[in-house]
Design a protein. Structure first.
Lengths: 453, 453
């Protein structure tokens, strides 16, 4: 598709907008954590863009889009590349649009932050805390991930135990989006409209700025707790998740087979222990520790925010969500994982059944979140990978038990999530990217429509 | 019981601790809002203490207790007297212990406030907000009620949609309690121990100070919304209650039969409209109003905190919880009410059935709260009172439908709540009030045990 492009001429057309054409560097900016999946690792290993372009502001984005549209060059927008499904990998080459330069934080008004898509989540948190506000939710990659990448490629994470998913009304309040047209438009999506581009992998518009609701800040305590028995830990985590009076931000349970990979925690653990990871408001320290003692657990590691700042210790949240898998992969290349949600509210029985049936082949990892006002049990269990056929069989078995699986072993938008094209996202793509030049190959609904036409 | 007490000698024994013996003033300090209930109105109209004693600090409380114990004088502790069940009414006369002088606020540490029992909730809120903290929960009587009275006589209220009930671990963290003995002790209850005195009406110890977890403060918007149809309002309220991304503090729905009594809102309403009362975080304004428009409702009255401060308007929360009934009683003396909880989570059908079956005899009033991590539907419907027999029949019918009724037409601790004596509260009374001199006649379990002995 891009074989006949004159790249030096293209780069020149962008004036002083920074570009990068070094093959190794372009390749590096063309990847994410797709290698979490042995399936994607095979499929995507050869993927690379032709050039990285790094706009400094929205006007630069518009200029890049104009030049690309004129030359029919595909654009794959990208933040820090911390996704796990090849979301930001340019399947058809072309421009990798590195948006980390768009990192302006505007003043917070009534708890609403307007911020450039490229701002790092860690920096947003650090800069807003002294002003009395903090992120409502963030992925385990908070240190490096950008807000735009989280909006375009993520769905929830730490904080979802309070605020549910990003798609729920109220957290993602607005987005500025540049369209891929001869004369690019800057659209301002508000309210439910934002879900046209949220979790669309940048396939139907380039998000340059978002408005997000923040949470009022408070001091958090960082806990790793240990239990001899995973079932006791799961029950305890469920109790904390449902305890309306215990303020928390993270509630995760990892069984001993997965916790054994947590190198930075090994000193604090006895082999065979399962580990709970919690962020608990300082005011809830006593009731949390009382409940822990009653449940038969112990505090394995306790850190204040100041402790983490001073020592550089790995925070509890960097053992949760997709970081659980990362710790395992650092030790064992044959590990992969699933993303799923147990049917609730009586999910603990189903969890116990999976643990009993799969044992060490599927080390369990639970994340408690809120869905529609109720506590729900997400699971990102590790899988000791043997073959794609076996992986698919496990997924099929999970689904037969009523466990919803959000397949992380596909780069296709629909196949990872809802299994069907979001009609609003598809309609928006027709409107905002009529030639299908944005992150091509990721939205199956578009490709099917195009090949049918 | 107190007929042979030499009151002037008793008052003299207290030294400079303020006392009041004027009959009218003592009578005034011997009542609460018991007259909400036509049943209690009959039963309690003659109740009065013999003397009001107003300690200035805990040492004064100890001194009063010592003198009372020596003379076998009953003590009924009291805050602002905003209860509805005669909680603080001295059935056997004696000392009314007015605790509003114990109103010290200590510095907030990590979101935990230590505060004298007599501090007014409105003052706590006003003084903590500039420090970045606010009350987690409060009753509709926030303006005048004390924290000690709320702890001893209440259970939840505004804020319970986030933090559940006060009995849940994490909100009420500690209490100092003076025992009723020859040599009074000051006990420091912590953790689950606090439920020994929480919602015990002061029958088993005198609460002098509490420790409560606060919420990080944020600006709130005050909404009265109007719907032509109560079912649509109930559905909308349920949607908001379950919307994890819409930050709120109050979520109440009142049908037109009850809303017609809201004098201060009549200008904003069309006759026949049902009214929803909401406190919504400023950051959630847009998603809340979007959802309202989709549900077919309209904003009848909108106020910021600054508007309320400037105009003295009646805030939304003063139309909710027991204030709903108060507005009705101001207009119609034959109104009373019920306290109940619909079985959930599919409570809206049961609500609709009650509305259909009772019509205007039981104007509906819903309060959405959180119970055990899930949204639940409490109801304090008005009842057009005809006779106690009819009232009891309605209660029995509610119970036959699986609706839990917390009878507000009794001053007996057990009969209003769990229908059985809390064994921990009873055990604590044996320990802390061996002669049964604290607020006598309110704990049935104690009286039964005493008459059996």
């Amino acid at each position: 598709m891009t074989a006949d492009i004159d790249w030096p001429a293209f780069a020149a057309s962008l004036g002083d907008i920074p570009t990068e054409t070094d093959r190794a560097l372009v390749r590096q900016k063309s990847r994410d954590f797709y290698w979490y999946s042995p399936v994607l690792k095979q499929q995507l290993r050869g993927v690379s863009g032709d050039i990285v372009v790094a706009p400094r502001d929205e006007a630069d984005v518009v200029a890049v889009v104009r030049e690309c549209f004129a030359r029919r060059i595909p654009i794959t927008p990208r933040g820090a590349g911390t996704g796990n499904y090849g979301q930001a990998m340019p399947l058809q080459g072309g421009v990798v649009l590195d948006l980390i330069g768009l990192n302006t934080l505007h003043p917070i008004v009534d708890g609403v932050l307007r911020v450039g898509a490229g701002a790092k989540l860690g920096e947003i948190e650090a800069r807003c805390k002294p002003l009395g506000w903090e992120l409502r939710m963030f992925p385990s990659t908070r240190r490096t991930a950008t807000i735009g990448g989280f909006v375009a490629g993520g769905s929830g994470g730490i904080g979802s135990i309070n605020f549910g998913q990003m798609r729920d009304p109220g957290t993602l309040l607005g987005a500025r989006v540049v369209t891929m047209e001869a004369e690019p438009r800057v659209l301002h999506l508000r309210g439910a409209e934002v879900n046209r581009v949220h979790h669309a992998y940048g396939t139907n518009g380039i998000i340059t700025e978002v408005e997000i609701a923040m949470a009022p800040a408070q001091p958090w305590l960082d806990y790793a707790v240990a239990f001899e028995d995973f079932a006791a830990l799961a029950t305890f985590s469920d109790v904390i998740a449902r305890a309306d009076g215990i303020a928390k931000r993270l509630c995760a349970a990892v069984d001993s087979g997965a916790a054994a990979y947590f190198k930075p925690l090994q000193e604090a653990l006895t082999p065979g222990e399962s580990v709970g990871l919690f962020l608990i408001a300082a005011q809830s320290r006593a009731p949390f520790e009382d409940a822990l003692a009653r449940a038969g657990g112990r505090v394995a590691r306790f850190l204040t925010e100041a402790d983490i700042e001073a020592t550089g210790a790995v925070p509890a949240f960097e053992f949760t969500w997709n970081h659980t898998t990362l710790h395992a992969l650092k030790v064992d290349k044959d590990i992969t994982y699933l993303q799923s949600r147990f049917p609730g509210p009586d999910y603990l029985g189903a969890v116990a059944q999976v643990v009993a049936d799969y044992g060490d082949e599927v080390p369990m990892h639970l994340e408690f979140i809120r869905v529609g006002g109720e506590v729900a049990c997400a699971a990102l269990p590790l899988v000791r990978y043997t073959s794609e056929a076996r992986l698919r069989a496990i997924i099929a078995d999970f689904e037969s038990r009523g466990i919803a699986v959000f397949d992380p072993h596909t780069y296709v938008l629909e196949d990872g999530g809802m299994k069907q094209t979001d009609p609003e996202q598809l309609a928006f793509k027709r409107h905002a990217d009529p030639l299908g030049l944005l992150n091509p190959g990721k939205m199956r609904g578009w490709d099917e429509q195009s090949s049918a036409a």
